[in-house]
Design a protein around this ligand. Structure first.
Ligand SMILES: C[S@@+](CC[C@H](N)C(=O)[O-])C[C@H]1O[C@@H](n2cnc3c(N)ncnc32)[C@H](O)[C@@H]1O
Length: 329
């Protein structure tokens, strides 16, 4: 029934097209990439992996759902009259759109998505989204989804998106198979917008409006950490820049406002150098390998020094990862 209303009927099966496998080199040679795109492609070459796994623009609908639900519940309780939410590093927009779907009264919360990549913002503004493997259930017929929570999410999703055959799949996911395309319904666009923006300019965003939450998820590593022989390292050279960003975020937030960091491994698990003093490190086992990592990654240090307090942690590969940080009331 819902599938019919939304025009998603049969769209799941018809549209199981695979993205043409295209090397990152071919894409960059077309001259369609911004400097940020090239960095992402470099990361993929460095890692020898597809760049959707390491860095790049990887995002998906309802990524780290527990954190998103925590944020929505917190904002509804703390700012019941509504606020602005700044979603930096929004990539193709799926994070902002997911948040919007989770609010009970969406009209109160304005979500402004920003990304440094023009490609990502152009794509987000078109309102089309490719659906990849982790999100495939969202467009499956209701009766073929066995898992109840997934069924519920899929039903929410279908209220906001139409199945479509128009539009391109995300240009960044040239290694991934696309299971279908969806288009944002017009009525759903009112309180979400996308524009080019750098986290370094967060202090200039949404002037004269009250900001209750700032997101900058799964992008810190692209700016400040080094990928080397399958691990992420920090040179120690960017403390001043990291502190400056965190200070701007803190000042931009209302008292009681929250900053949301990413859930990915590379944002929080930073390898220690052999020269790093033992008291600053801890030993962990990751995928069967013993590793020596920094007890406190630079982003946590900067947040704590600024006065942020972690209020929610999400389960990660190596214990809990603090993703939601509160500016005290
Ligand atoms: C891995 S995606 C994260 C997408 C989304 N936040 C999520 O967690 O699913 C990283 C995004 O960060 C963006 N980015 C990198 N540096 C940035 C900066 N200085 N300001 C804003 N966006 C940035 C990239 O263009 C890319 O789209």
């Amino acid at each position: 029934m819902i599938m019919k209303i939304c025009g998603i009927n049969n769209f799941y099966n018809r549209n199981r097209v695979s993205c043409q496998k295209q090397s990152a080199q071919e894409v960059s040679q077309k001259g369609e990439m911004t400097p940020q795109d090239i960095i992402c492609v470099r990361i993929s070459f460095k890692s020898g992996c597809d760049h959707s796994t390491y860095g790049g623009y990887r995002t998906s609908f309802f990524r780290d759902l527990d954190t998103l639900n925590t944020v929505v519940n917190y904002l509804e309780k703390t700012f019941p009259k509504g606020t602005v939410i700044l979603d930096y590093a929004c990539s193709s927009g799926k994070e902002a759109l997911s948040l919007n779907m989770l609010f009970k009264d969406r009209s109160k919360y304005k979500i402004k998505g920003f990304d440094i990549s023009k490609n990502a913002i152009d794509y987000a503004n078109k309102g089309f989204c490719g659906i990849y493997s982790s999100e495939e259930f969202l467009i499956m017929p209701e009766d073929s989804i066995e898992d109840e929570p997934k069924k519920e999410l899929s039903n929410i999703f279908k209220k906001f998106f139409d199945g479509t055959e128009e539009g391109e799949t995300e240009p960044f996911y040239f290694f991934l198979k696309c299971f279908g395309k969806v288009k944002v319904k017009e009525s759903f666009k009112d309180n979400v917008s996308f524009a080019l923006g750098d986290i370094n300019d967060v202090h200039k965003a949404a002037k004269r409006q009250k900001v209750g939450a700032i997101f900058f998820r799964n992008a810190f590593h692209q700016m400040f950490y080094e990928y080397f022989l399958n691990d992420w390292y920090y040179s120690g050279d960017h403390d001043a820049k990291i502190n400056d960003i965190i200070r701007k975020i803190y000042n931009r937030l209302e008292p009681g406002g929250i900053f949301v960091t990413g859930d990915c491994y590379e944002e929080h698990i930073i390898n220690a150098w052999t020269s790093t003093p033992q008291e600053e490190c801890r030993e962990v086992e990751i995928e069967g390998k013993q590793k020596r990592i920094l007890k406190k990654p630079p982003i946590h240090k900067a947040l704590e020094n600024q006065g942020f307090v972690p209020i929610y942690s999400t389960p990660g590969k190596v214990g809990e990862i603090p993703t939601v940080w509160q500016k005290p009331m």
